[in-house]
Ligand binder design. Structure first.
Ligand code: XMP
Length: 517
């Protein structure tokens, strides 16, 4: 396994995902972690990641000196390279000038690290690589025993290495896809120089996770809140394989789900897989509490609180439950660790289940705690969940509650459910569903005039929203074909009584958000 030390860069998680893609387990630790934790992790190689600060400043972060004394290969990327240079006796020059974007670096000299990896060979036999740079500072003096391995006119030491200790530094970013040979460079480091085999595969992950769950819970009973979303579904499938009937799932139908969603969850888990699922139909409870409430944050609070109350009631009815299972994934763990130490640049995240009451005396089972979303999806497939379920768009915890831009009423929800269903169905038919990151309909409490045949209609408006995004922090509205939008709009207006107009949302995030509320 590989240890990645984080200096606060947004790319650190991407490095970790690449290492895992290569088939090797890795974890991210903050740069100032206890040295003991580093020794205990027993990595076969260490990657020092990037960071926003400048090593030329006295109080900027440094790698624990121990990293260079463990006798394992070390790769410094960007800031990681600079701090490595500085700590081992080289020199870094500060600069306010940023080099940002594409660069072509010449591979200089021979090394175990870059030998035979190139994008171009010019007439003089010089090998070069297309890479992606993003830095201001640069290394201007090599530490003793290091050689230059790559250079550009503006950054003469673009890569450096000490072949004896297998310490390497790259100023460019091998983890981004714009660095065309990036994956090969990382593979070279991880497989060949660190000697890690590609054992981190979906089948092995599932096998390990099952063994761990069994070891943790023994013959105790486990409760899981199943929402039908990817994470909780994968947890359900995994726990079912690991502990069978010791697992009970509670599926709360709050009346704010998509069309047929409750039936689908029951069909898949209870009927097909034989998982014990208790479906609690509490539409009335949710709707009565939401009566007259229009403020979005207020709606979110009511929905969250009511969910916890219902879940708590069900849990109390069940006897002898010791564990509560949750679909926490690795980015949540990293972000909350960062939030605790106040170091990582914390990114806002939404959670489906706000904290459960303290008096619920459960221990936690979190079998996805070490996994990234793409790994969760892969093991979902490995566990036999259908592709369409595992690659579903995200759906917010408060559900249709925040897509009805008014008081939440059943008749509004019913109209919205049907419109949303038509939109998604057509996206799938047109092979566009996987091309957008999230798509849904929104109910607008606005009456608009229309004509159908000879009749005049004065009815509601539906807005359609589809976005493309990588991280849901920024998003672009999806440029869906006009013909496609026409089909969807016609179907919604013709098939749903109560809708006389359909609009398409062409706002990006920022300044708009993905949801309307
Ligand atoms: P926004 O609207 O903030 O949405 O651009 C970003 C992503 O978060 C989802 N979202 C939520 N998820 N509870 C959730 O579980 C919420 O209250 C919530 N609000 C927004 C949204 O669907 C999008 O994927």
């Amino acid at each position: 396994r590989i240890l990645i030390l984080d200096f606060g860069s947004q790319y650190t998680q991407l490095i970790a995902r690449r290492v895992r893609e290569i088939g090797v387990y890795c974890e991210i630790y903050p740069w100032d972690v206890e040295p003991r934790a580093i020794t205990d992790f027993a990595a076969k190689g260490i990657i020092l990641a990037g960071g926003p600060e400048s090593v030329t400043l006295a109080d900027s972060p440094r790698a624990p000196q121990l990293v260079f004394e463990l006798g394992v290969p070390v790769l410094g990327i960007c800031y990681g390279m600079q701090t490595m240079a500085e700590q081992l006796g080289g020199k870094v020059q500060g600069s306010d000038k940023q080099e940002f974007g594409y660069a072509r670096v010449d591979v200089v000299g021979k090394s175990d690290f870059l030998a035979g990896i190139e994008d171009h060979i010019d007439d003089d036999g010089v090998f070069s690589l297309d890479v992606w740079m993003s830095h201001g500072d640069k290394v201007i003096e090599l530490p003793p025993a290091f050689h230059i391995l790559a250079s550009t006119p503006s950054c003469p030491i673009a890569a450096m290495g000490d072949e004896t200790r297998h310490f390497y530094g790259v100023q460019f970013h091998p983890e981004v896809t714009h660095t065309k040979q990036g994956l090969r460079i990382l593979k070279r480091f991880i497989h060949e120089l660190c000697g890690c085999e590609a054992l981190w595969t979906p089948a092995n992950i599932v096998e390990d996770a099952i063994a761990n769950v069994r070891a943790q819970v023994g013959d105790a009973k486990v409760l899981l809140g199943l929402s039908g979303g990817v994470d909780s579904s994968v947890v359900a499938a995994l726990l079912h394989q690991a502990i069978g009937d010791q697992l009970t799932c509670v599926f709360v139908d709050n009346g704010l789900l998509r069309l047929h969603e409750g039936e689908q969850v029951m069909a898949m888990f209870a009927e097909n897989m034989g998982v014990k699922v208790i479906r609690v139909n509490v539409e009335d409870k949710f709707l009565s509490r939401l009566l007259g409430v229009t403020d979005p944050e207020e709606k979110r609070k009511i929905i969250g609180r009511t969910f916890i109350e219902v879940f708590d009631e069900e849990a109390t009815k069940l006897q002898g439950i010791k564990y509560l299972a949750q679909g926490t994934i690795y980015p949540d763990v990293i972000e909350s660790a960062g939030a605790k130490t106040g170091k990582a640049h914390v990114i806002k995240s939404h959670h489906n289940v706000g904290g459960l009451p303290d008096d619920m005396q459960f221990e936690l089972v979190e079998p996805l705690r070490e996994l990234f979303k793409d790994e969760v999806r892969k093991i979902g497939l490995e566990l036999g969940l259908p592709y369409d379920m595992v690659y579903r768009h995200p759906f917010p915890g408060p559900g249709l509650g925040v897509r009805i831009l008014a008081e939440v009423r059943k008749d509004y929800a019913d109209i919205l459910r049907r419109a949303d269903y038509i939109f998604i169905e057509e996206l799938r038919k047109a092979d566009l569903y996987q091309k957008v990151s999230q798509a849904f309909a929104v109910f607008l409490p606005v009456k608009s005039v229309g004509v159908v045949g000879d009749g005049r209609r004065y009815e509601w408006v539906i807005a359609l929203r589809a976005v493309e995004t990588i991280d849901f922090m920024t998003a672009r509205w999806a440029h869906l074909p006009y013909d496609f939008l026409e089909t969807v709009s016609n179907r919604i207006i013709n098939e749903i009584t109560g809708v006389s107009r359909v609009t398409y949302d062409i706002s990006s995030k920022p300044p708009a958000t993905i949801e309307w509320e």
